[in-house]
Design a protein around this ligand. Structure first.
Ligand code: NAD
Length: 339
């Protein structure tokens, strides 16, 4: 059986990545759309030959409960709308994939978790890199200590934003700045590569170069994650330049990806040569895996609780940047690792 996926919010990520990826999936397919724009609806409906009964607006969204052709709702809206649509999807009895970050803050995350639990549905994060072969290779090299214990990591993920009206610059819509948007990939990768959870955070904001466009969010932030093993991860994210790198220094060797966090075209190297894999579609693999978790009742590699764990770290990073203090973390209940 193939599961039907309805995508909510026909934005850039959905139209350019998720919907094309759903043409390459084996265990799920594009079954419906939810959009507030009639022109986008018409265009997508035609392009993907979707029946009228599978096209919803934000007002008719809850009727999705009565549509047996839709098993999974994929929430790809601005971060401020994640909580509402994950909760409404769960109440409609549908399984959910939620884009990163899970929500704007921990309170929203906990409300989402309660709704998902009450409804007895599954919810996973749109963490596509868990399904990418380059990242899986870094997990193997790190977690299996192929070059001994990891000493230090550097993780940089920054994206230049040129549109001053972008929702990502608005705290009400985004919850936070580049940390929420790009930095979360550094947080994630430091944990899944090492197989360890951070125990302390020290962070500082970077000076803003374009204060006029920022509506309540940071322009850049840098932080260090400390781990019990003595390993440290130095991370940076921002909206004023492009950076895309993972570098790992272990006892007897090193490995790296640059670019590290893109959808395609990743490049890898290690102290003995190049890391190379054939190109895959990360999003197709991620959605297939979620569908197969439901069909075969398997645990997900990126469950909702992982999104909650990462939000705890994000909040600790902001708390440290605000206070200038080192923040201790106890994440022992969130040990999803190793993969
Ligand atoms: P986008 O701005 O391109 O699309 C947002 C969509 O939401 C649009 O269809 C827009 O019409 C709709 N929308 C509804 N209400 C809105 C409002 N008040 N303001 C703005 N848009 C509104 O954004 P995107 O880049 O597609 O991002 C959507 C989500 O996907 C975000 O949570 C983002 O973090 C996530 N994302 C994830 C990845 C990834 O690699 N996993 C990549 C890009 C985006």
């Amino acid at each position: 059986k193939k599961l039907g996926v309805a995508v909510v919010g026909l934005g850039k990520y959905c139209r350019e990545e998720l919907m094309p990826a759903l043409q390459q999936t084996q265990s799920c397919f594009l079954a419906g759309i939810v959009t507030g724009h009639d022109d986008k609806k018409q265009e997508i409906q035609r392009q993907y030959a979707l029946e009228e009964k599978n096209c919803y607006t934000y007002d008719t969204f809850d009727d999705i409960a009565d549509n047996p052709g839709i098993d999974i709702v994929y929430v790809a809206l601005p971060n401020a709308m994640h909580a509402e649509y994950v909760i409404r999807a769960a109440k409609a009895g549908k399984h959910v994939i939620c884009e990163k970050p899970l929500a704007r803050n921990l309170n929203e995350c906990y409300n989402m978790a309660s709704a998902v639990e009450e409804a007895g549905v599954r919810c996973s994060m749109g963490y596509r890199l868990h399904f990418d072969p380059y990242h899986q290779e870094l997990m193997r090299l790190g977690q299996q200590q192929v070059f001994g214990a990891i000493k230090e990591m550097t993780l940089l993920n920054s994206m230049k934003i040129t549109d001053p009206a972008a929702w990502r610059l608005n705290k009400d819509l985004a919850g936070g700045g580049p940390l929420m948007n790009n930095g979360i990939y550094c947080v994630q990768a430091a944990m899944y590569i090492s197989g360890q959870l951070p125990v302390a955070i020290l962070a500082e904001y970077l000076p803003a170069t374009d204060k006029r466009s920022l509506r309540g969010v940071e322009e850049g932030i840098r932080w260090q994650m400390d781990f019990d093993s003595g390993m440290t991860a130095a991370c940076e994210t921002g909206f004023s330049k492009n950076q895309n790198l993972i570098q790992v220094q272990a006892e007897t060797g090193w490995f790296e990806l640059a670019p590290a966090f893109e959808y395609r075209g990743l490049k890898g190297a290690f102290s003995g040569g190049l890391i190379h894999f054939p190109e895959v579609n990360q999003q197709a693999r991620q959605m297939d895996d979620f569908a197969e978790c439901i069909i075969y009742n398997k645990p997900s590699r990126a469950p909702l609780n992982m999104g909650i764990r990462d939000m705890k770290i994000v909040e600790a990073i902001y708390e440290s940047a605000e206070s200038g203090k080192r923040i201790q973390l106890n994440l022992s209940e969130y040990a999803f690792l190793p993969e």
